[in-house]
Design a binder for this molecule. Structure first.
Ligand SMILES: [Zn+2]
Length: 73
């Protein structure tokens, strides 16, 4: 299955506002491939872990093969 690159997944995550304070700055951001189980259950192929630069809120963002965000927790 074709999927977006890690670089593009990183851009998607960066463009996503903090769900806690709505800011776009981040202190830490890492993007890793989703496990096969997560891809099967939730449709995400990349998991981005983002720590907000303003409030420190940590969120996990699931990104689909075409670059859409499928979940955030
Ligand atoms: Zn925040």
């Amino acid at each position: 299955m074709a999927k977006i690159t890690r670089e593009r997944a990183t851009r998607v995550a960066k463009a996503h506002a903090c769900s806690h304070c709505q800011e776009y700055t981040y202190r830490k951001l890492s993007v890793k491939p989703a496990s096969a189980a997560i891809t099967k259950e939730l449709g995400a192929v990349w998991i981005a872990v983002k720590v907000c630069g303003v409030c420190g809120y940590q969120s996990e963002i699931g990104i689909e093969a075409d670059g859409d965000i499928v979940f955030e927790s």
